[in-house]
Ligand binder design. Structure first.
Ligand SMILES: [Zn+2]
Length: 255
């Protein structure tokens, strides 16, 4: 697929095309741990496929299943402080276990703003959240990414022993980084990057932008919120006698 001269369309189909393009170009899919080890020295082309899960574990699982069907392993960075999902809820815990059972790696998506806006110690909080997530997953978590990192958070070049900071350029030197931030590619889209023959790629894709069925980003937020509510409601209906009948969530934009 060439996107030259036409609008890039974010969709499940384009996502599958992207995975196929990476496979066809013989990129090996590596974890962040692989990269910290011998990944780059092993020769050949490699791709660290990263997904920051900001809004919905359901969209994450949709993406994980598509990857699994194509034999692709990615790293899902999940949040303990997402305003939109509770990783310790029954529903999200199940989704987390499913991501692991599909062969994907797990990292911590950390809201640095929560810490930097307060008197808390960034490294201490990171160690705390990494520990909690390791316990939840049942395996040690060795990579973290900042959610909406400020310049300050990036400049700190936080380095914890044995843990990859995805925003620390010292740790991913050989890798060309691109992100689908709010459905905008800053310089180049991934198809062009693959066509250019770039050897090592660090590609950040947010599941919501690809698994959502609308071209409108506001609709994608609505879809994520609705899915979260539906999963919350399943538990409420089965456990809260006073909850009453099932509801449908209707979101109204005020401007
Ligand atoms: Zn994020």
């Amino acid at each position: 697929m060439s996107n030259k001269g036409k609008k890039f369309r974010f969709s499940r189909d384009t996502f599958v095309e992207l995975l196929l393009a990476l496979k066809q170009a013989e990129y090996r899919f590596l974890s962040f741990e692989d990269v910290q080890g011998a990944g780059v020295q092993l020769g050949g082309k490699s791709c660290v496929l990263r997904h920051d899960v900001d809004v919905s574990m359901d969209f994450a699982l949709d993406m994980a299943q598509l990857e699994n069907e194509l034999g692709v392993r990615a790293t899902y960075f999940v949040m303990l402080r997402s305003p939109l999902y509770n990783l310790m809820s029954r529903h999200a815990s199940e989704r987390l276990a499913q991501l692991v059972s599909l062969g994907h790696h797990i990292g911590l998506h950390f809201d640095a703003g929560f810490v930097l806006d307060s008197e808390k110690d960034l490294e201490r909080e990171l160690v705390f959240e990494l520990g909690v997530l390791s316990d939840l997953v049942g395996d040690s978590i060795r990579a973290f990414s900042f959610h909406q990192p400020s310049d300050k958070a990036i400049r700190m070049r936080v380095a914890l022993p044995g843990v990859i900071n995805t925003y620390n350029p010292d740790q991913l030197q050989e890798y060309r980084y691109i992100s689908d931030s709010n459905r905008v590619w800053r310089e180049v889209d991934p198809f062009d990057l693959i066509a250019s023959g770039m050897k090592h790629l660090h590609i950040l894709l947010h599941p919501v932008w690809w698994m959502c069925s609308s071209e409108n980003v506001y609709d994608c937020w609505d879809q994520a919120i609705n899915r979260n509510f539906e999963s919350t409601q399943i538990q409420l209906l089965s456990t809260e006698r006073a909850f009453g009948p099932a509801r449908k969530l209707v979101l109204t934009r005020l401007s």
